[in-house]
Design a binder for this molecule. Structure first.
Ligand SMILES: Cc1cc2nc3c(=O)[nH]c(=O)nc-3n(C[C@H](O)[C@H](O)[C@H](O)COP(=O)(O)OP(=O)(O)OC[C@H]3O[C@@H](n4cnc5c(N)ncnc54)[C@H](O)[C@@H]3O)c2cc1C
Length: 430
């Protein structure tokens, strides 16, 4: 059986949802996600989302983003992201997102690498607030259908043009989705790593599929390690201790409870300092002290972190907590232009799966939700403009569904392809 839709969007994180919401109501959109609709890394975001404070903040914000990215960022992407930030924040508020306020005015917090507070937040669950509001809005739209527990297995491509995807639905059926445009919004690749803050099902599938079809990739070895995740001996996803905890005054301590670095330097620098200290101390973690943050503020600004630490046996209002670096974010991805267009016709990529060079070699804190939405919207607007002149191609004969029966072997192969590509790129930079 073949499904037919104007646009298929793979992924229901901030990028996929924001993209879907920016199509006209007459565009038929099919969204799919491997798990439940809210199981995305966007949902897990704690710290917040950056917003340009005013014209006087432009140069500082631009420089902070470039410095964090080791000046390997694409300056045009950075400019578009920053210049679009107030509009995105306004749209989120109009959708119903509740950011923290100081009286009537929006309140801002600070994170590592930022010269001043410019991060909007909702307690320490900003991603949950944004994503669940976007999901509510998507559910109100009659032109958007969402399939949960449904995985993209491949794209349908011929002569460098994309005609849709192959998917496996919740009942295990494998079928084709014929689409005029395909948007990959599949997130990062943390599920490939033993220690990661990402959901385990987010495994870089779009990167493997792109590689198999010769779609251009960029910076695939640029992988961000977050300096502070709660140390645990249990297997599974690592719990993030947001950078804004350090932004509000928490300090890192060695085994003798002495400070050993500036906690507010960019992530890669702090990670390197922690790793050096762990090896010096011969310890699998360092300590994080929240002693400088008033207890009331810990309770009101970081309730989720507080609860998680307590569940793990540590009370951060009274004692230090053990923290360790873990894989967190993928700066590289499918090479795209400023509207998310890949090197293959009719194929777009947005969010963490895509790489328009905005983050350079290292992402500045709280730039990723923003980047996901800014460029997802641009992709939607560009595709919407092209839809009236695009017809459906005949995909009969392009696909042999029997090739997709051994899903486990395919998953293993995709995993191998991504890890091999990362290693190949890494070596090419040595
Ligand atoms: C713990 C944590 C905290 C964070 N905190 C912040 C923060 O404070 N500020 C900030 O800006 N950023 C933060 N980030 C990063 C940010 O949340 C993500 O980078 C960003 O939201 C990525 O959004 P996305 O829509 O591209 O991908 P995701 O939100 O990861 O969504 C990916 C989607 O793709 C689906 N998918 C993947 N493969 C397939 C497939 N084969 N078939 C079908 N569906 C598939 C998944 O099911 C999911 O729905 C944080 C990340 C984590 C993990």
């Amino acid at each position: 059986m073949t499904k037919k839709t104007d646009v298929v969007i793979i992924g229901t994180g901030a990028a996929g949802l924001f993209c879907a919401l920016h199509f006209p109501e007459q565009t038929q959109i099919l969204m799919l996600t491997k798990e439940e609709v809210d199981k995305s890394d966007s949902f897990l975001a704690q710290g917040g989302i950056c917003m340009l404070r005013g014209e006087e903040d432009y140069e500082g914000y631009f420089e902070d983003t470039m410095r964090a990215g080791h000046y390997e960022n694409n300056p045009a992407s950075v400019e578009v992201m920053i210049r679009s930030s107030q509009e995105v924040a306004d749209e989120l508020v109009a959708y119903g997102v509740e950011f923290e306020r100081d009286g009537e005015e929006l309140a801002f917090t600070k994170e590592g690498g930022h010269g001043r507070p410019r991060i909007l937040f909702h307690e320490d669950v900003t991603g949950r607030e944004i994503t669940s509001t976007l999901i509510e809005n998507v559910r109100k739209r009659k032109n958007i259908a969402v399939l949960e527990h449904t995985a993209m297995l491949d794209i349908i491509a011929r002569d460098n043009s994309c005609y849709g995807i192959i998917m496996q639905d919740a009942d295990g059926n494998i079928e084709c989705v014929q689409a005029k445009y395909t948007v990959l919004a599949c997130g990062g690749l943390g599920g490939l790593y033993q220690h990661s803050t990402n959901f385990r099902h987010i495994t870089g599938d779009a990167i493997a599929i792109a590689k198999c079809h010769d779609v251009a990739l960029q910076h695939v070895d640029y992988i961000q390690i977050h300096p502070t995740t709660l140390y645990s001996e249990k297997p599974g996803r690592r719990f993030l201790i947001s950078e804004s905890v350090r932004g509000e005054g928490a300090v890192l301590l060695n085994k003798n409870k002495e400070r050993f670095c500036n906690e507010l330097l960019p992530r890669d620098v702090v990670t390197a300092e922690i790793e050096k200290q762990m090896s010096k101390d011969k310890m699998p973690y360092v300590w994080l002290s929240m002693e400088n943050i008033p207890t009331e503020e810990i309770k009101s600004h970081f309730p989720n972190i507080l609860q998680q630490c307590i569940e793990e046996g540590y009370d951060p209002t009274k004692e230090c907590i053990p923290v360790v670096p873990a894989q967190h974010y993928f700066m590289g991805g499918i090479k795209v232009d400023l509207s998310g267009k890949s090197s293959m016709a009719h194929l777009y990529a947005v969010g963490e799966t895509a790489c328009n060079g905005v983050h350079g070699k290292n992402r500045l804190a709280s730039n990723s939700l923003l980047e996901s939405m800014v460029f997802a919207k641009r992709a939607a607007l560009e595709i919407a403009g092209k839809l009236p002149e695009t017809g459906f191609a005949d995909i009969c004969g392009m696909v042999d569904l029997d090739e997709y029966q051994d899903i486990e072997a395919r998953k293993k192969e995709y995993r191998r392809i991504v890890l091999e590509e990362i290693e190949r790129e890494r070596k090419s930079h040595e």
